[in-house]
Write a protein that binds this ligand. Structure first.
Ligand code: NDP
Length: 397
């Protein structure tokens, strides 16, 4: 049994709070803190029974975080605010001697660039303090990394080719909306593509490489090679990988909107002066787009995310596809949010459970594939994200 502080009351925070509240034998005391306390209160009210305490915090401010953490004394801080807050929350955890978990790697606000180097630099400090930092425990990164760890442990002697495939076959009925924080999402999908090949990173123009792929229960969808953060840790932790790529599906309508947004300068992260006030175009855009947590209502269809892998077992080549499909309607029924928030919040909850049950606890900073995948995989099946496997079929890649 443990005490957990969740920071961030967006779509993902909503799911984490719901899931943790439903598991009192693991999460005895839960606090949800965020920049806007009223959002925490609304989530806590919808869960009921005073299961979730709430608080206001500016997670950019280390002394504020320290005061909150020292007051509540959690065993673990689950960071589902934005990637900008990763380092301040890690600093506060070190100061208060509390372990840490997140779902997305640090990004500086003024540079659309995400890399693990900033968080990996905390390795010695967490190790010396005897604290655990679990990085990237959402779906991708997160479950995709654990699927890879499972394949490396149980299916292959050596993984050679890894393709992570992420399809959202859902329809929210809006002309344009992003499924998670619009600012982070647009920064991610408009940057250059990048993949790993023969020991080096290969750069591509944004959306330059694409091909149709078939997704279970969804069918064929045009899939675009983009850079995604788990590739960085996976090629480091599985050095037999010769090529690692990440594919995401986008509809034509989404890409057209994205192109217009970029062409008219609304994706810019450079501050501009508007009527005497400094604003950042992409942050203004976020303010007018639908909030991800409001998309669930009429969302139909499902997501399908998994790993398609080629490698060697007992000297023979083999292929393996492991994936989860998640229906937006089911996610909404259970937590009031759509499947993208759900597929991120459930793994974060399971990661926290792994820590509290001492199954994922070691001093230092770790990506999720560095822990034992078995107990985590078991919980995915129990907590709403069951996985499927296909052996030695045509994996199209
Ligand atoms: P949202 O924008 O819906 O929620 C973010 C929340 O963080 C908001 O409630 C926001 O507060 C709060 N917040 C922002 N800045 C601060 C701050 N300085 N102090 C305190 N709280 C703050 O995002 P999502 O829920 O969609 O995403 C949450 C995280 O999950 C992101 O880091 C995202 O990158 C990650 N993610 C990971 C995925 C994965 O598979 N690994 C997939 C999807 C998302 P306010 O309400 O006041 O704005």
């Amino acid at each position: 049994m443990g005490r957990v502080l969740i920071i961030g009351a967006g779509g993902v925070g909503t799911v984490v709070a719901h899931k943790m509240a439903s598991l009192p034998e693991v999460f005895e005391d839960i606090m949800l803190a965020s920049r806007t306390k009223s959002k925490c209160d609304a989530i806590a009210d919808s869960i009921g029974n005073n299961r979730v305490k709430t608080a206001q915090v500016d997670a950019d401010n280390v002394p504020e975080l320290v005061e909150l953490i020292n007051g509540f004394k959690p065993d673990l801080v689950v960071n589902v605010a934005l990637p900008y807050q990763d380092l301040t929350i890690m600093d506060a955890c070190l100061e208060c001697k509390v372990s840490y978990l997140d779902t997305a790697n640090y990004e500086p606000k003024d540079e659309a660039k995400f890399e693990y180097k900033w968080q990996w630099a905390y390795q010695e400090r967490f190790k010396e303090a005897g604290l655990t930092a679990i990085l990237g425990c959402g779906f991708d990164p997160g479950v995709t990394s654990i699927f890879t760890a499972h394949a490396a442990k149980h299916v292959f002697d050596e993984i050679h080719y890894l393709d992570i495939v992420d399809c959202n076959g859902g329809d929210h009925g809006k002309a344009f909306a992003t499924n998670f924080n619009p600012e982070i999402n647009i920064r991610e999908v408009t940057q250059k593509g990048k993949f790993w090949e023969n020991g080096d990173w290969v750069l591509t123009e944004p959306h330059e490489i694409h091909k149709p792929l078939n997704y279970p229960n969804i069918g064929e969808k045009e899939s675009y090679l983009i850079y995604h953060e788990e590739l960085e840790s996976l090629v480091k932790n599985y050095p037999t990988i010769k090529r690692a790529r990440f594919w995401m599906t986008f509809g034509q309508e989404y890409l057209t909107h994205l192109r217009v947004i970029q062409n008219i300068g609304m994706a810019s992260i450079e501050p501009i002066n508007y009527e005497g006030k400094e604003i950042v175009p992409i942050q203004f855009l976020k303010a007018v787009l639908p909030a991800p947590e409001t998309l669930g209502d009429n969302y139909v269809g499902e997501t399908s995310i998994g790993c398609r892998i080629r490698g060697i077992k007992d000297g023979e080549e083999k292929t393996y596809y492991i994936y989860n499909n998640c229906k937006h309607q089911d996610a909404f029924k259970e937590t009031g949010t759509q499947a993208v928030s759900y597929t991120t919040g459930v793994p974060a909850t399971i990661g926290a459970m792994m820590f509290l049950q001492d199954k994922w606890k070691k001093p230092g900073v770790f990506n999720v594939e560095e822990f034992n995948p078995d107990p985590f995989m078991e919980q995915l099946n129990k907590l709403g994200l069951p996985w499927n496997e296909v052996h030695d079929a045509d994996i199209e890649l």
